[in-house]
Design a protein around this ligand. Structure first.
Ligand SMILES: [Fe+2]
Length: 613
């Protein structure tokens, strides 16, 4: 079994991944090609890309692996709706047609979609959390590890603990639906007016403005939490079993009012709720990781599942948990399930073989740069066809100019090499700025992202200098760890948690206050979401940062994803150019081509009076 195609689809953030002889050849989310954010359609474009990347005709696949099992999932759905009858009938009638038409006959559906796939190629299914666990462990550099997966729900499992060694995964414990930390967090996400499955990041970013005044109420009323981290939700407060909304009137009464509507003002009480559920989530996760340590005796931990994208919690697990090292799958959400599904099957086959090779002990994610790349000729032809005005420079001259622009507080679109897999831009499809600038936070939000944001941007920092700026001295290549800015760099005594201080317009004003020598990347509690960049892990981006550091003495840049509000991250040079001219990014760099916005035939709006997030 040499060539395996993994697929995740039909729920949230569809994706495909291709393994050849166990090596990850390609992985990408469908949204990047379809340009529909969080596209849940069958990922035909992503599959097509993966096969092209490896120059593999579809008839040379040895198996297709889907990331969860439709029959148990349907059984769970039926059990839930029947248990609630007659209340669950509405859910049943709403969802049953799609289940019956698409999901139950998924094998047939996949064959229909994959034209040219020979009948002899099997279509296999892993369990949802098996795929998450495989995505967390097999690409990690650890020979053995405890593995924790935490998300909303798969078939039945919502949280699993496994142990990985070599090519083997051993499931040890699980918590089952409806008891779900992911769904609990999503309930607060929805209640605070953010979108479930994508707004969790905003809730996490809101938390530092609030006080944990509801944390005890959550523990007392919503959650029966045990010492080992296992828990049960009190279903009297939730409505997600019926499928229409996350929370019910009893929940709303408990927390003092109806849910916030998305465009309504964010009040202090929303920040307090965010802080409270964040604190409880961290507490549950810390108990779970202690249990994982006690149960497995391992010194290393791997994490995946949507909750593993909570980088504030990850920072605490690292600082306060019992594990010496942790590794987090960068595509920790369901997109990563496509990769995990293929990895699970590959390694299970290796585990059966007497003569299988040992797993490599380096990180196998290749910096998450697993998506499309474009040759200089393709870039040039793309830019020419768009009527763009550009110059082609050698590496040295290009870096010199980019550093010069950044030092003048210009905003640079930075498009290099293969696109990232997972939700974060890590230096391939990034927008860069000067983190020392007190204007950068509001400038990038209003002129580029078309929003006002209460969340700061994230820093990309030279690995060798990270400890000078932040209380962190390990690799964080995937921007999945939050750590404090060093005290020596702090400028303000505003810790961000003053009672009653959060709310409404103040949030944006407060995040724009200068509270460190790196104001654009410092949150109100002096935390920062850090990406470390090493010469081995990302040589191209490292070279730019190195030059920036040499010229300015600052080892960090603002690194935000190359997209505007509501759109997926750019994939092709074409996407990048359109995003560039439709925003107010000052300069665009695509490979060795540089573009000055002032010289383009199309003039974009200077500032967008758009929404907030
Ligand atoms: Fe999941």
């Amino acid at each position: 079994m040499r060539h395996l195609l993994g697929i995740s689809a039909h729920y949230h953030d569809s994706a495909a991944a291709l393994l050849c002889d166990g090596r990850i050849m390609a992985a990408a989310q469908e949204e990047r090609f379809s340009r529909r954010k969080n596209d849940d359609a069958f990922p035909l474009r992503a599959i097509d890309y993966c096969l092209r990347e490896a120059s593999l005709p579809i008839d040379r696949l040895d198996a297709v692996v889907f990331y969860d099992k439709p029959i148990p999932k349907f059984a769970r759905f039926l059990e839930t709706t029947l248990a609630l009858a007659p209340g669950g009938l509405g859910t049943f009638l709403r969802f049953a047609p799609s289940w019956l038409a698409e999901k139950l006959n998924l094998r047939g559906h996949i064959r229909e979609e994959l034209k040219g796939l020979p009948e002899s190629v099997p279509i296999l299914f892993t369990e949802h959390h098996q795929a998450h666990a495989a995505s967390a462990f097999f690409p990690s550099p650890f020979p053995s590890a405890a593995i924790l997966t935490v998300d909303g729900v798969g078939e039945y499992a919502t949280t699993t603990l496994s142990r990985g060694e070599g090519h083997r995964l051993e499931p040890l414990e699980e918590i089952r639906f409806p008891h779900s930390l992911g769904l609990l967090y999503s309930a607060f996400t929805a209640y605070c007016g953010f979108r479930v499955n994508s707004g969790e990041y905003k809730l996490m970013g809101l938390a530092p403005y609030g006080r944990p005044v509801h944390a005890q109420r959550i523990r007392d009323e919503l959650l029966d939490l045990r010492e080992d981290g296992s828990f049960r939700l009190n279903l009297d407060y939730f409505d997600f079993l019926r499928g229409f909304q996350m929370t019910n009137d009893r929940f709303h009464r408990l927390f003092g009012g109806p849910p916030r509507r998305p465009e309504e003002r964010i009040e202090a009480r929303h920040a307090d709720l965010a802080r409270s559920i964040q604190e409880v989530t961290e507490e549950v996760l810390l108990r779970l990781v202690r249990q994982a340590h006690a149960r497995t005796g391992e010194s290393r931990l791997c994490l995946a599942g949507g909750v593993a994208l909570n980088c504030v919690a990850n920072g605490r697990i690292l600082r306060e948990g019992p594990f010496r090292e942790i590794w987090i799958q960068p595509a920790a959400g369901d997109a990563g399930g496509a990769l995990g599904a293929a990895l699970a099957v590959w390694h299970a086959a290796q585990a059966q073989k007497a003569d299988s090779e040992a797993r490599p002990t380096q990180d196998q994610m290749q910096g998450a740069r697993l998506g499309p790349d474009y040759s200089e000729a393709e870039v040039e032809s793309s830019l020419q066809s768009l009527g763009a005005v550009f110059e082609r420079l050698d590496d040295d001259e290009m870096d010199r100019r980019v550093v010069g622009w950044l030092a003048q507080e210009k905003v640079v679109g930075w498009f290099q090499g293969r696109m990232e897999f997972g939700p974060r831009a890590l230096g391939s499809r990034s927008i860069l700025g000067d983190p020392r600038s007190s204007r950068m936070q509001s400038q990038m939000n209003l002129r580029v992202k078309f929003r006002e944001s209460f969340r700061p941007f994230a820093p990309a920092v030279l690995r060798e200098h990270v400890a000078e700026c932040f209380e962190l001295d390990i690799d964080s290549p995937y921007m999945l760890l939050v750590a404090p800015v060093r005290a020596a760099l702090r400028r303000s005594d505003d810790s961000g948690a003053a009672p009653g201080s959060a709310g409404g317009e103040d949030l944006v004003a407060r995040v724009n206050q200068v509270r460190s020598t790196l104001p654009a990347v410092t949150h109100v509690d002096w935390s920062a979401r850090i990406q470390t960049v090493s010469a081995e892990g990302n040589p191209r981006f490292h070279r730019l940062l190195h030059r920036w550091h040499a010229q300015t003495g600052c080892p960090a840049l603002v690194n935000t994803s190359f997209n505007v509000r509501g759109e997926p991250i750019v994939c092709s040079p074409d996407d990048a150019y359109r995003c560039f001219v439709n925003s107010a990014i000052d300069y665009l760099v695509v490979g060795n081509h540089v573009l000055d916005r002032e010289r383009q035939p199309v003039k974009p709006p200077q500032v967008f009076e758009g929404g907030r997030d």
